[in-house]
Every structure is written in C-alpha cells, then in structure tokens.
Design a protein around this ligand. Structure first.
Ligand SMILES: Cc1cc2nc3c(=O)[nH]c(=O)nc-3n(C[C@H](O)[C@H](O)[C@H](O)COP(=O)(O)OP(=O)(O)OC[C@H]3O[C@@H](n4cnc5c(N)ncnc54)[C@H](O)[C@@H]3O)c2cc1C
Length: 238
C-alpha cells in the first residue's frame, strides 16, 4: 500500500497545483466537478470554478486489527465495499445508494441501518485530511490542532473544504444475516387514523369497503371515510 500512498500524494500535488493555478481567492465560488450526485436539494447554477477530485477513488490501506480503512474522498461505497468484503469487514455505516462517495457522506451526514448502533457516517470517522480553498491540506482528528474542523465538517456540504483522505471505522461481516423473530400475543395494530383494529377469533379481520368508507367488523367506530386524512401521527401497521 506504500505505492498507493505515494500515488495519493502525487494526485494531491496535481489537484493543489490546479487549485492554485486557477487562482485561489478568486471571486467565483468553488464547486466540485462531478458526474454523479445524490444531493436531495437543487443546486443553484451559476459561475463556479470547478475542482475535479475524480481521481481520488482509491483505498489506501486497511488495518484489520485496528479496525479501519483509509480511503480517498471520491471513492464510491460500491467500490469501497468491494475492497473490504474480501477481508471480512465493511465500513461501519454503508449508505444505501451505491454511488454515494465517502467524502459526500461525511460532509452530508450519511446514514444507514447500522447507524442504529454505529451512529452516522461521520461518527465512524477516525481522522481525515481536508483540502482548503487556499490549496493547503490539513489533517483533522479529535483533539489535534484542527479538531474544530473535524467536528465542524459534518453537514458542511463542501463549504469548509474537500475531504481528500478519510480513515473510517470498519466492522466484521458474516456471510449471512441472522434474525430472531419473536411471537407477540398482544399485537398492537392501529389504523392510520389511530383506531385499534378489532381482534377476531381465529380469522383475520377483514374490512368492508364501499366507495366512500371502510368499516372494520365489530367496531363501528373504526370506520374510515374518504374524507379522513391518512396522515395521523399515531399509526402502526402490522
Ligand atoms: C435518492 C437519494 C437517496 C439517498 N439515500 C441515502 C442513503 O441511503 N443513505 C445516506 O446516507 N444518504 C442518502 N442520500 C443522501 C446522500 O448521502 C447525501 O446527499 C450525500 O451528501 C451525497 O453524497 P455524494 O457523494 O453523492 O456527493 P454529491 O451529491 O456530489 O455532493 C453532496 C455534497 O457533499 C459535498 N461533497 C462531496 N464530496 C465531498 C468531499 N470529498 N468533501 C467535502 N464535501 C464533499 C458536495 O460539495 C455537496 O455539497 C440519498 C440521496 C438521494 C437523492
């Protein structure tokens, strides 16, 4: 992996030269030049200097004992997971969309099922390096001189700088998921309008539907008319 790190430094030198050559401190705002994006909001089109971090797609190192993987900021999760799975590990949080990049998820608050235990993507970052608008690169870690940037980076969406290298926590994976279904004797099924569904003896309760209403057997109150909103906050479907 030393060759990978040397190649990373060469890529970094090229992008810093391009940023400085393009005139750091230029009046036009800086934006990323990317072919894919998974941003929920629209971005205002306007004159921008474009920085191309498209080369920063490499895995730089994996430490199985310490439980981390070092990657470049523009690597997509699909490539990262392809690289870690043969080692029996995966990033602690893997966003669902394959084309989300690690830098985008770190700056944009990535989340997925394992966040239940692991936190958000940025909670799984151990340290990272940020390219600042003046072309300098700073290493950020909790407690170091750039600790403020470490903690301020999530939700910054590229406004503070661009992550060019990140170290992510990894977790072991098994070849299959395990699940433990449990039977409940007291199901608490409610309709979207918050009404408890009646419990029938042995057979499932089947509503009677007309063009304008739905009535649950044995419960005259549990009638939904077509004018009722389905957006009641008290809803649990089972
Ligand atoms: C349909 C849809 C489904 C989604 N599903 C999920 C999901 O399952 N899980 C989840 O966590 N998120 C999800 N997202 C949200 C997504 O993770 C965020 O919008 C994320 O920021 C997108 O990252 P990206 O790599 O595509 O970057 P982009 O969309 O290109 O950029 C997003 C923002 O991050 C900034 N940015 C990009 N790279 C860097 C970098 N290296 N350093 C600093 N800033 C950078 C950009 O400037 C921009 O402001 C979804 C979004 C959409 C539209």
């Amino acid at each position: 992996m030393d060759a990978e790190r040397a190649a990373h430094q060469a890529r970094l030198a090229r992008v810093v030269a391009s940023l400085r050559g393009d005139g750091a401190g230029h009046a036009a705002p800086l934006g990323l030049s990317k072919r894919t994006s998974n941003l929920f909001r629209d971005r205002a089109a306007g004159p921008k200097r474009r920085l191309d971090l498209g080369e920063f797609t490499h895995v730089l190192g994996i430490d199985l004992a310490a439980g981390w993987v070092d990657v470049e900021g523009s690597i997509r999760y699909e490539s990262l997971v392809d690289a870690t799975l043969p080692h029996g590990v995966m990033p602690a949080v893997v966003p669902q969309l394959k084309t989300i990049t690690v830098g985008g998820a770190a700056a944009g608050v990535g989340i997925e099922a394992t966040s239940f235990r692991q936190g958000l993507v940025h909670d799984t970052l151990l340290d990272f390096e940020v390219l600042l608008p003046d072309g300098s690169v700073v290493a950020c870690a909790p407690g170091n001189a750039h600790g403020d940037l470490f903690f301020g980076f999530p939700n910054s969406y590229g406004t503070l700088g661009y992550a060019v290298r990140l170290r992510l926590k990894t977790i072991p994976v098994r070849p299959w998921p395990s699940s433990a279904p449990s039977r409940s004797r007291t199901p608490r099924c409610t309709t979207p309008t918050g009404l408890r569904l009646p419990r029938s003896s042995g057979t499932a309760a089947t509503p009677t539907r007309t063009a304008s209403s739905t009535t649950w057997p044995g419960n005259a109150k549990a009638t939904r008319t077509s004018s009722m909103a389905w957006s009641s906050p008290a809803r649990t479907w089972c």
